[in-house]
Design a protein around this ligand. Sequence first.
Ligand code: ADP
Ligand code: MG
Length: 394
Amino acid sequence: MAATKVLVIDDDLNIQRVLVFTLKQEGFEVHVASDGQAGVEMAASIAPDLVLMDVAMPRLDGYAATQQIRAAEKAGRRVPIIMLTAEADVEQRVKGLRAGADDDIVKPFHPLELIARIKALLARSGGGQERKPNAEKATLGRLACFYGAKGGVGTTTIAINTAIALAGRLKRKTALVDANLQFGDMRVFLDLGLDSSSIVNAISEPDLDADLLKKLMVSHHAGMQLLLAPPNPESADLVVERQRADPRALSNILALMRKAYDYTVVDMAKSIDDFNLQLFDEADVIFVVMTADLSCLKNVRLVIETMESLGYERGKIQLVLNRSNAFTGINVDNAESALGRRIGYQVINEYRGAISALNSGEPFMSSRPDGPLGQSVSKFATELDAKFATELGS
Ligand SMILES: Nc1ncnc2c1ncn2[C@@H]1O[C@H](COP(=O)(O)OP(=O)(O)O)[C@@H](O)[C@H]1O
Ligand SMILES: [Mg+2]
């Protein structure tokens, strides 16, 4: 078999040397271009299996060179491109992804990390071979929002672990959106840094398409894709402003997600504002997470009234009782009769399982799926899936 061809486009001689050495050691056939223009020409003449692209270069910078390589590609062929960026700046990274790069790595990088990224990308793109035309099967395309009747009832915990169960056990393509714009804590729950792209980048992008959205999402090892919350409260304001100025920006994100995933699970903040109202409107189902205490029951009643006044059909709102076996003095029957509604789902109380998962950055659904809490949320996810899968007859 012919060696895999890697084209290095970088003007820095030291970097060229290091890359050529490292790549050759791994058995790659290496070609080098020292500026963007030469790189574009070489990409056309040698048809590499992968390109490493510097950003700042004479004649043509890395963004423009990437765009030109993409523009010259024939349908069905798409060479994987990794940008070698100078800063871990999200704006810069997104600029590269928008220009058509598939991944990026921040200089200085460890050669082993680069090799790992190259291999991952080659594996994803079928080893540099021509991509098969898109024969992907249609997704279920369901949007499930999780809304807490009050803070601390376990909304985020249930959303994350349900998404993991859907992706892992139930083999559904699943996305998880952290829509707690101000105080999203999924980065903490899932042990992720601040430098990943987020919903800010997605909603600010005037030409967001499926490809770019996919790149803005973060892969979690449990199998789901994440659209993270803004890294800080200031950028949360940008999201709110953007949604207010043009609700189609949010609609577009959600529509692209429905196309790409069987389930889009949204962890919502508690406020009832324009952003959340749009999420409620577009959702197929709203799981209102609650515990069995008086203040929660009062809030659930308010939420139900609000949704009824919005004209939602009854089945769109489903109640999930968390920590169902914790002693509160109010049992399920009491709660149901106080609300005049059935509680459709229950998740048990297991403080230790929940808190140790939280402190380790590893959700219980991936570390202890067969523990009591894991089983309880699995059951919920299975019921949810059974309902939606049969509704759609698949
Ligand atoms: N079923 C459960 N049993 C025990 N503790 C839980 C359970 N669900 C959530 N918790 C704990 O409750 C706290 C709040 O959970 P979180 O998911 O952050 O709530 P919310 O998103 O509604 O504010 C966390 O410490 C979490 O570990
Ligand atoms: Mg939360």
